[in-house]
Ligand binder design. Sequence first.
Ligand SMILES: NC(=O)C1=CN([C@@H]2O[C@H](COP(=O)(O)OP(=O)(O)OC[C@H]3O[C@@H](n4cnc5c(N)ncnc54)[C@H](OP(=O)(O)O)[C@@H]3O)[C@@H](O)[C@H]2O)[C@H](O)CC1
Ligand SMILES: [K+]
Length: 606
Amino acid sequence: MHLVTAEEMRRLDRHTIDTIGLPALVLMENAGRAIAEAALALSAQLELRGGPARWLVLAGKGNNGGDGLVAARHLCEAGAETAVVYAEPPERLTGDAAVQRDALARFGIAASVCAPGAIDWRAYDGVIDALLGTGTRGAPREPYASLIREANASGLPIVAADIPSGLDADTGAVHEPCIRADRTVALAFRKRGLALHPGREVAGDVSVAPIGIPAWLAETYGVRAFHLDEAAVRKRLGIDPSLPRRTDTHKGTYGHVLVAAGSLPMAGAGLLCVRAALRAGCGLATWAVPARLAEPLLGRVPEAMLAPLADGGRGDWAAVPAEALAALCTGRSALVLGPGLGRFEGDSAWLRRVWEATAGVVPPVAADAGTAAAQAGDTPGAAAAAHAAAATTTADAACAASVAAQAGDTIGAAAITHAAAATARATTAADAASAASAPARAAANRSPKPLPLVLDADALNMLADADDFAGWVKRPAGAPAVLTPHPGEMARLLRCTVPEVQRDRIGAARSYAEKHGVYVVLKGAGTVIATPAGIAYVNSTGNAGMATGGSGDVLAGIIGSLLAQGWDAEKAAAFGVWWHGRAGDRAAEARMTTASLMAGDIADYL
Ligand SMILES: NC(=O)C1=CN([C@@H]2O[C@H](COP(=O)(O)OP(=O)(O)OC[C@H]3O[C@@H](n4cnc5c(N)ncnc54)[C@H](OP(=O)(O)O)[C@@H]3O)[C@@H](O)[C@H]2O)[C@H](O)CC1
Ligand SMILES: [K+]
């Protein structure tokens, strides 16, 4: 379940040898035996030509090579025809690997030294790659490089010891050349590079073999990266993926998510997000949209409620005050903001007001009436009043009234209805404001209730453009922020390049999460989830068919829905990502090719 770096592995290795007292040769013996067992299991599946399986072990000069030599012995004992090719003259082997070299010679196993082009690959049924392990630095040099190329070209099944030779154990970067394994037997712990792309593609089926290093040692040494598979979902996150429910529950038990998403050219983003949120189990979902979109969207998701926000007839968010959205948050249990939102003038400051309102801070409002109400501590009232002040049409003022009403704020609603009437009488915006301000000012003294927030898509670009993010209010424990950037958005947030993000995805997500106290979901193959406490998960589910428009909107809806159901952010983000990938895999299985996958299919297979 843990994902370790080469350096962490060395420390765990040393502790086991020096403090626990298991000799390194014991670890190597266990390692080699596990590799041999994996090879034998693979032979059992292969259609061999009748006789015993013929295995070729490629051995480097380090301990990875030593593991291979042990595997050769066990294969031989199990009746397989086994030969060893050393990448370097065997006298260069030292320490435990040299012990194994000598034992191998006395065992009577055929061994030769590599001469590029001299191996008759047709004489074997499979290859054990024990050339390079966690001691690799940079791209394989000769003669390792030639052996790797020949092994790949042989078409024989390859079992890699610990990692495929040529793979960067820490980052998942694949050097040229790199072994393309059918199976990898990771020793003691899965190395990070086996979970991260592109390393994951060259590793084949990965299994983790216990070799005598206790799993708890990883915790002691502060290993805080995890492979997110079903075992981790169950054991580490403590989640039963069938999400059983108590019978004596009702829709109110499962939270109410508010999705603020969609604009004229991208209304579908909101549609996907809301549908996914409902499929992910929230009791209620409200979809806030620019008012112009409301009518065409009526009935498209009959299970969700629509909350039209006065938009001056534009069909986008440019004229929607942040306070109007903040007002809608009252009575909701999570907000998803961003899918299909678009960009507009002053949007970073707009986002800050939503951020602060959802963090429990009274947002500063533009209009006098709003300011007065805000000073009275009445956010929905303030928002409604500000909204009304900004309203220039009867329709917008009426829309503001509906916002206040939906927020459950009857005083604010009354204020706005008042304002709407004022506007309808063709009075000025100032009249509307003053009509609104009195009742709003009289509103009860109460602080806005903080709620969890998911920021996706353009909301992330707004955040990236905010020069003052470090100064934004820190979110209280019950109102975490989950950010779901793709690598481009992550690069903008970190002010670096996409290749820099991709070179160290765990580091990128983790550094931003720790610095800003947020949860980061860095999307892409092997999605990384990072927490403010420095814990990171690398997801194991999903497929390339999910690289399609709307897939991220579905994910944001799932995470928002889980947050609305009261899940803590680490579980909501990690399980949400795993479930999203799992649904994508199930959807792909139902089609002829992953290429046919559409984002809506993912929501359908939740
Ligand atoms: N996990 C455990 O506790 C155990 C792991 N075992 C296995 O040991 C390896 C790590 O072994 P190590 O000896 O540290 O390293 P390698 O075998 O990977 O590499 C050895 C030498 O290879 C040379 N090297 C490094 N980079 C390159 C390169 N790019 N091209 C060619 N050669 C390279 C380097 O020698 P130099 O002379 O060049 O410095 C290395 O010394 C681990 O992966 C497990 O398989 C134990 O067997 C059991 C316990
Ligand atoms: K290897």
